[in-house]
Design a protein around this ligand. Structure first.
Ligand SMILES: NC(=O)c1ccc[n+]([C@@H]2O[C@H](COP(=O)([O-])OP(=O)(O)OC[C@H]3O[C@@H](n4cnc5c(N)ncnc54)[C@H](OP(=O)(O)O)[C@@H]3O)[C@@H](O)[C@H]2O)c1
Length: 251
């Protein structure tokens, strides 16, 4: 089976209005897969959709809403979705836990955990019925260790990592490729907003991340493969390292 046969005819990209999700949408189009682009801003979705080869559909939706997964299921009910890429998930706040109202963190848990469960259960179930397909959950190096300013974000990324690894073990034998895609610091508009004008060397290019993701869909459970990004660091050292890193991002 070629790529479009295995992961088409349609893919859903959650978080497709900029950055890595937009790059993934364009690359999928180039590989012959039609794309449903999901994010909150209709105008930004339309702009990205205009750059994607093949058929597209846009769904303007806040993935932190309690009914987001069922809304997405309804919006794609007439399509055969062979690939789900759940990319939306960054933390625009980088705040201390107690410095934001609890609703902010609950919204992040809903977007990064509850809606991910709903969407993977829905689309994964349909893929298993067909005996083929793929699911990508985008996670982060922040999944491996806690740190100041990272409490709910890091915990939600650990959720994505372990959910992805577990679904790889469960759904892989049923024909569905699952990948937990671990991003390092990447040059997205959202991360640029966090940097707020500060320069940081070594940011990954979203187009390279998209290519790595799609080229390694069947090479799960995680990409990059290999051990903890913290190598031999003890957990306390890793937490101190993460805390220093987030202090830098605070400026
Ligand atoms: N950039 C990095 O350095 C980095 C590092 C490690 C991991 N990651 C991971 O990579 C993924 C992408 O990160 P990113 O930097 O591109 O930022 P992001 O804020 O996750 O933005 C990606 C996309 O998600 C959409 N989105 C955000 N919140 C949404 C919501 N509530 N409902 C619907 N769509 C929503 C955004 O569009 P709208 O604003 O139009 O909704 C955008 O299209 C995330 O999962 C993040 O955890 C990023």
């Amino acid at each position: 089976m070629d790529f479009a046969e295995r992961y088409g005819p349609w893919a859903v990209v959650a978080g497709a209005s900029e950055g890595v999700g937009a790059s993934v949408a364009r690359l999928l189009g180039a590989r012959g897969v039609n794309v449903v682009l999901v994010a909150r801003r209709q105008g930004a979705l339309d702009e990205v959709a205009a750059t994607v080869t093949g058929e597209t559909r846009t769904v303007a939706l806040d993935l932190s809403h309690a009914e987001a997964a069922s809304t997405l299921a309804e919006a794609t009910a007439d399509l055969e979705v062979g690939l789900l890429v759940y990319n939306a998930g960054a933390d625009p706040n980088m705040s201390h836990f107690l410095d934001k109202p609890v609703e902010v963190w609950q919204g992040m848990v809903a977007r990064n955990c509850a809606t991910v469960v709903g969407a993977t259960h829905h689309f994964g179930g349909l893929m298993v019925e067909r005996g083929k397909g793929g699911i990508v959950l985008v996670t982060s190096g922040a999944a491996w260790a806690g740190g100041s300013h990272l409490a709910v974000y890091g915990a939600s990324k650990a959720f994505n990592l372990l959910l992805g690894e577990s679904l790889w073990a469960e759904l892989g034998p049923l024909g569905v490729d699952v990948l937990a895609m671990v991003l390092g610091q990447t040059d997205t508009p959202a991360f640029r907003r966090v940097l707020n004008g500060r320069e940081l060397e070594g940011l990954a290019d979203p187009d390279d991340v998209a290519r790595d993701m799609l080229d390694n869909l069947a090479e799960g459970p995680t990409f990059p493969p290999g051990p903890s990004p913290f190598g031999p660091l003890a957990r306390r050292q890793a937490v101190e390292f993460m805390t220093q890193g987030s202090a830098f991002l605070q400026g």
